[in-house]
Structure formats: C-alpha cells, structure tokens
Design a protein. Sequence first.
Length: 319
Amino acid sequence: MSTTSTRSTQVRAEERSAPLRFGIAVRDVRLRTRILLLRLLTASPLPALAKRLQRRGDLILCLHNIVKSHGPLGVNRGLDLTVGELESVLAYLRAEGYSPVGLEEIGLQRGSGGRLGEKRVAITFDDGYAGNLHLAYPVLRRHAVPFTVYVTTGFMDREVRVWWYGLERLLAEVDCVAFEHAGRPYQYTCVTRAQKIHAYRSIGAMLSGAQPRAADQIHEQLFAGRIADLRELGAGDVLTAEQVRVLSRDPLVTIGAHSISHRPLQQLSYEACRQEILECRERLLSVTDGPVDHFAYPFGNRKACGPREEPSSVPPNTW
C-alpha cells in the first residue's frame, strides 16, 4: 500500500533562496575535483583559492549532468552543473591557460611527457544523461571543446531505473509518502524542505541497498498513478540509443563504456564483472559502429574497484 499527498503551495520563498552549499555527499570520489573547481569559481575573491589549481600537467574533469536549473530540493547538485556554471568552468580554464583536448590525446602523450609547462584539460561526463546532448553539447561545440560521454547501457536501454531525479521531483510535490518494504511500513511527512530532503536521503539509501526486484516494488508504490511502466521512470533524464548515436557522429565526441547496471564492480563475481564491462561495450558498438575504447568505473573508491576490475585484465582480443 502507498499514499502520496500533493501540496499546491510551493516551498517557502526563504527556503527556495537557501544559499548554495558545497558540503554535499557525493557518489563518486572523482566528483571532488568538480566540486573544488566550483568552490573556486563562486568564491569571493576568486584568486586566493584558484592558485591551488595552478599546477603544471593534465587536468581531467569528471562531470555528470548539465541542467537548465538545479532540482527543487538541491539533493542532486553533486551530479549537476547548470549551463551557466559550465560556461564559467570553461572561462576559468581558458584564463588559467588550459588547452582542451580529447581524453585519448592525454593518454597517448603522457608516455612521452608532453611539452614542458603544457596545461591540458579533458572533459568527461559519466552515466549518459540527456543534458549531455541537449545542453552541454551546444556549449562545448561552440567552443570547439572535445569531450567524452561514458554511457551506462542499462540506463540507455531503460533496463535499470534512473530514480534519483524522479524521486526528487516527487517529494517536492507531495507532503506525505508511504510504502511497504521487507514487510515493514514506512511513512514520511514531507511538508517542509528539511523533511523532504530527509525523506529523499532515507528512501534513496533504501533504494541503493535493495535488490532490483525489491527496489522496483518500492518504485511501484511511490509512483503509482504517475507512470504506467517503470521503464518510464527517469526516461527523459538519460540518453536514448539514438541520441548516443547522434553524439557519436561528431568528431568532438568520444563514447566510452560505463558498465550495464552501474553497480560497484568489486562486489560482483568475476564473470558478472566481465559481463558488465564487455557487454556494455558490445552494446555501444552496435549503437555507434565504434570505436569504443574507453571504460570508466561506475564508482571510483577502493571498495568499488581494484586490479581485478581493470579492463586490461580482460583476456586479449575481447576488449
């Protein structure tokens, strides 16, 4: 059984105008680079902290999604940049003397050491969000900036639920949600912004830790009456196969593999890990006609990946 109660009033003005906070929980260690950069860009005065990034060598920005505006609760700001923020990042990098290059160029030239004092930056996007095409692509194409999109094929094919944006939108609209999970009833009052954020964190942790079928049972209850098919959940938030194909046709864009289901690979069996890596690439090859030579771990911490998960450990002629 589930219930949702909709509020017609918006979040109070003083809650909507809450200042941007950077002390947020991130899903991936690699996001820390991006968060630090945004801190520098929004700091006043900027130069004091900005000098900390003035090291020689290569810089790889690991981004996720580009949006018109941040979500109503701000709980996914660890994934998002607005178009304006992306423009600010590019302006900052230009001012600091960084030359945008493709990720493969950095990899090929690192062995030779590159030119002394050269500062290069490669931009990547994980997961395969629709904003990479609709919002990031026009900006980066205008500035002739190459970039890589690492696609989670389960998201692209609507086989894996992309629930985090949908859950944020749901909780912003209602003042109560209730559902059952593992034989236990759960109910969350979602009247204030703080209550909504608490509900998001709690339900999000539950969904992240649940097996797919159990998670789908929660989704079915939460979104009852809102979507007819769970494959629709988050469908507009991620790229379709055709949109990946469109991106792949531009020489500025590199398509990379990011696993099928975006699970921590180290927690899977060896065979399941190989399947996540190899079948993701095979699916992308069928969509783009190749090449697909890059792979990014779904998560980058020590509990999520290690030497076994390195694509180089896959037998020759299979990658």
